[in-house]
Write a protein that binds this ligand. Structure first.
Ligand SMILES: *Cc1c(COP(=O)(O)O)cnc(C)c1O
Length: 422
């Protein structure tokens, strides 16, 4: 019998992969709780929750039970002209979890489509009101997905080269810091005075793909205040930050000024099934509500509001709001703080940062001198049974809420070993 790793190479094309340089994938046969099992039987602690999705653990029994029950009742139905209990129950649960100004939900299938829809909502909102606003505002170093609108507003451009000629017009602003916030706001006012900006899309407080770069809520608050006073819609991309990771249900909960539109996916369905939601305020929705058909939002995916995915999302929200998970989140926050105190002065640590259960550290190592540091780090972690996925010089932890102290200690120890190995 050939291994998964060998059979994989015949027909499969993997995401974000240059196959000539990285031909070999690791075959995973099972996942349970915080642990992944490969085809050799080796175990790995999933220190990044499989890209921030399975926050309540893999193959969670409570979620499986709800999805299984739904499977026997209603699997899939067109969501145009029809509706169903799982979508309605999810809308009620999600609206009560979201910032209080959110009123309407639009479903899609992944994070990129959730931001794509947020962008289309913002552009058409102004169009429907007879205003010509065709430019989007976005942070430098932002990441919002891989569809065209999402790529346009993302600025990690290594991926975007062949497509840049087809992008939406975007104006970028730097991520706010204590040093630049004054000049940033000053420049922003000038840009906004042109009345061309339709929406501002941003990853609130943490930029995931930019290696968990963080900014302060009070700075973002000021930016939101200014853009909203100029009629620009605030589009919070909470695809990564949503559902408890920052220590609140949504990163937007740290600000008084609330977004007009919120994009969600990843942990929305607890890692069980793919789905996304773009929520908006009544005011945004009302700009589309009209006797004219053309003022509607003519966007729709075949699997919109798939009942099984809705059931998984509902089960996830039930877990998130449970006393047990909320207690776990508080504990992980504290463990990270203790770990941080232990390592932040290590000579190989340049800086550390934390919000909620997201913890990141930058290595104080010259990349060129040590060759491919990132690959060396990755290999070390995997060899020690910990799945962490360093981004450049940054190591970060985003482990499931159900990670035990012992499992987290294993992650910390693996990081300490690597720090001492340079
Ligand atoms: C992952 C991510 C996306 C894209 O989501 P996909 O499901 O991979 O398309 C968009 N925005 C942010 C902030 C993300 O972390």
């Amino acid at each position: 019998m050939k291994s998964l790793s060998e059979r994989d190479q015949k027909h499969l094309w993997h995401p974000l992969t240059q196959h000539k340089l990285h031909p070999k994938m690791l075959g995973i046969v099972k996942a349970k709780g915080v642990v992944l099992y490969d085809e050799q039987g080796k175990e790995y602690i999933d220190g990044i929750s499989s890209w921030y999705t399975c926050m309540y653990g893999h193959c969670n029994d409570a979620i499986i039970a709800k999805v299984y029950a739904q499977m026997q009742q209603l699997d899939q139905v067109v969501f145009s002209g029809f509706t169903h209990e799982p979508a309605i129950a999810l809308s009620e649960a999600l609206i009560s979890l979201l910032p209080s100004n959110q009123e309407k939900l639009f479903f899609s299938d992944n994070g990129s489509t959730s931001t794509e829809i947020g962008i289309k909502m913002a552009l058409q909102y102004h169009h429907n009101k007879g205003k010509k606003r065709t430019v989007l505002l976005a942070f430098e170093d932002g990441f919002h997905g891989d569809t065209f609108g999402a790529m346009s507003v993302s600025s990690l451009s290594v991926y975007n080269g062949p497509f840049e000629d087809y992008f939406i017009d975007v104006k970028r602003i730097p991520v706010p810091t204590d040093d630049n916030i004054g000049s940033l706001l000053h420049e922003l006012e000038k840009t906004l005075d042109l009345d061309a900006i339709a929406g501002f899309i941003y990853e609130p407080l943490v930029q995931g793909a930019a290696a968990m770069k963080m900014h302060r809520a009070e700075h973002l608050e000021k930016i939101l205040k200014v853009i909203k006073s100029h009629g620009v819609l605030a589009i919070a991309d909470e695809v990564m930050t949503g559902f408890g990771k920052t220590g609140r249900h949504f990163a937007s909960d740290y600000m008084v000024v609330k977004p007009d539109i919120i994009c969600m996916s990843k942990a929305l369905t607890a890692g069980m099934l793919p789905m996304a939601v773009t929520s908006c305020t009544q005011e945004v929705y009302d700009a589309f509500y009209s006797d004219e058909i053309a003022k509607g939002l003519f966007h729709g995916h075949t699997y919109t509001a798939n009942p099984l995915a809705c059931a998984a999302a509902l089960a996830g929200i039930e877990l998130l709001t449970s006393e047990g998970i909320q207690k776990n989140i508080g504990q992980i926050i504290q463990w990270h703080q203790e770990f941080d105190a232990e390592i932040k002065d290590h000579p190989k640590v340049a800086s550390t940062r934390q919000i909620g259960i997201i913890y990141a550290l930058d290595l104080n190592i010259a990349m060129e001198r040590y060759g491919n540091v990132r690959d060396r780090l990755f290999k070390h972690f995997m060899d020690s049974g910990v799945f962490l996925r360093p981004l450049g010089n940054t190591i970060y932890i985003l482990a499931p809420y159900i990670t035990t102290k012992e499992q987290m200690q294993k992650i910390y120890n693996s990081i300490k070993e690597v720090l001492n190995s340079f």
